[in-house]
Write a protein that binds this ligand. Structure first.
Ligand SMILES: Cc1cc2nc3c(=O)[nH]c(=O)nc-3n(C[C@H](O)[C@H](O)[C@H](O)COP(=O)(O)O)c2cc1C
Length: 187
């Protein structure tokens, strides 16, 4: 199983040009192990606000999101913390991912959060959504956490960093993602 290729979809929950969470997603793509192919998508802001009425005849963008999730092994989210919870952008994309109830797009997907936030590094945002995603059938990669407190200039918007600890933390997270995919495939 050494030459097995795994795939991950990644998005940032921040639209800010200088976003540290977008930087984390870009860093993940840069340092991903060879067996994990990461596809960064930048169109989750085109998803409509969650409205169950739309589920009877889902808009093309919703179908695109569901199809993309079902094709990959893992979802990596650069998750900002706004008022102790995920940014509305991230939450909306995640809410759509938990639908439709009979065949949730997120079911069976390994999910990993990378956060850069204030003092607690996004812990509240990650914790607030992780438990319920398990109930929705996702496989959450908890530890090792990537919860950067006030990364400032150690993390550049293009996803480069001179901070060895940040680099190592993201690599360790991705190794855990690969392990979780392997474990869920052999289960
Ligand atoms: C509306 C709003 C609420 C915020 N609430 C929190 C919070 O509860 N905890 C925290 O650590 N940081 C909070 N922050 C700070 C963000 O984590 C910080 O601005 C971070 O850099 C945003 O992510 P980004 O760099 O990817 O845009 C908040 C920022 C905004 C705009």
């Amino acid at each position: 199983v050494t030459d097995q290729a795994f795939t991950a979809l990644a998005f940032s929950g921040s639209l800010r040009a200088g976003s540290a969470n977008t930087a984390l997603v870009r860093l993940a793509k840069r340092v991903a192990p060879p067996e994990l192919d990461i596809d960064i998508i930048d169109w989750v802001d085109e998803l409509p606000w969650m409205n169950p009425d739309l589920e009877t005849d889902p808009p093309a963008i919703v179908q695109r999101w569901w199809d993309a999730l079902r094709r990959v092994d893992a979802l990596i989210v650069g998750l900002p913390e706004y008022n102790f919870t995920p940014s509305a952008l991230a939450k909306n994309a995640i809410d759509w991912a938990t639908r439709p109830p009979a065949d949730r797009a997120i079911a069976g997907t390994v999910v990993a959060f990378l956060s850069a936030a204030g003092r607690s590094g996004g812990q509240h945002a990650q914790d607030s959504i992780s438990g319920v995603l398990v109930l929705m059938g996702a496989v959450i990669v908890g530890e090792p956490h990537v919860r950067l407190a006030l990364p400032g200039e150690q993390l550049r918007p293009d996803g480069t960093t001179d901070d060895a600890a940040i680099d190592a933390a993201v690599r360790a997270k991705l190794d855990a993602v690969v392990s979780a995919i392997r474990a869920s495939r052999s289960a």
